[in-house]
Ligand binder design. Sequence first.
Ligand SMILES: Cc1ncc(COP(=O)(O)O)c(C=O)c1O
Length: 396
Amino acid sequence: MLSSVVGQITDSATFVINKKVMELRNKGVKVVNFGLGESNFGIPPSIVRNAKNAISHNAGYYGPVKGLKKLRTSISEYLKKYGLEYNADNIIMDAGSKHLIYCLMMILAEPGDEAMLQTPYWVSYYDQAILSRLNLNLLRTSEETGFKVTGQQLNDSVTEKTRFFLINSPNNPTGVMYSRKELKDIAKAAVDNGLFIISDEIYSEYTFDSEHVSIASLGQDIKERTIVTGGFSKSHSIGGWRLGFAAAEPEIIDALAKVVSNTTSCAPIISQKACVDTLGSEEDSSYVKDSVEKCKVNADYIHKFFVKEGITCVKPNGAFYIFPNVSSFFGKSLKGKVIRDSTDFAKLLLEEEMVAALPGSDFGVDSNIRLALAVPFEEVQEGCERIKSFLSKLKD
Ligand SMILES: Cc1ncc(COP(=O)(O)O)c(C=O)c1O
């Protein structure tokens, strides 16, 4: 018999929907894919060159557990732009930041302790907490609160079992960003209550109108209890190359290294060599700037579209997602199929109009759906047309 946790977790929703999209595309169906949270702007040429070079120089070996020193040094330099001072020894690489977040759940808490997350949460946080035998302490947010929690909310909900609060700004699935002031408030609550903060900053490059603020930059006391995670998957379109990092106090990095050395062993050596001199180069800056600009255009366009359709939708100011509230369509039907929840809505939208989106229920908020926007602009336009057509067909 399998462990009971297996029954409590699901396949990552993003990958499930992407499998369906691939099946349809293989049959020649033209699907607009707002499902997968993956940037789609091509790999920067210098990364491709370096990867090829690494392969031809026999880079088939295991790397050091914490990652190549040169790469960690470049990340240490890069993080300074957010006011973060970590030397290379305070940084660890791994096969994706997702795995590092999972490792953190294991090293920061005992089984039966609480992981504090906000809703909506990124799907994997929830399942990783379950896999780590943690209980969930969920802080609810909504459109009215701008999908953000406050320090007060944290103070009111913390228990003696709560070990950490996980914050993700810019946010998946809402695109919302926390301001410096809001983060200060949360930082104070975390320090007052002795909590660790896992600060998932994988979308730090994707900001539209305001600067990314890292909670760890707000003072020594909060820095000491924060672990910043990030990586190259989103900013450099190499999600499949599995390259993420964490920056924190040496004690935490050493504990992470123990878990990494016994699980993934190290980050893929080709990916590390490919990215070793990427960050901060001229080519890198213009590539990232260009990708972010495309996402901003997409986000503005689709936000206006939803507002025009009378759909409540918080305007994203970062990342590449939008999270419209479709609950006003619950109870309506199409061809005899009634939409009862966000899963029905997303399923019917895919069946009827070949538009892939994820149900909000996967993120802990059933009234909404999530659309990923790092796709060509023409696809966003086409997707909006199809969604409009879908909505017009729904009957009371
Ligand atoms: C919020 C968030 N954190 C982390 C990750 C995982 O990133 P990585 O590819 O570094 O594992 C993702 C990927 O979708 C994400 O959306």
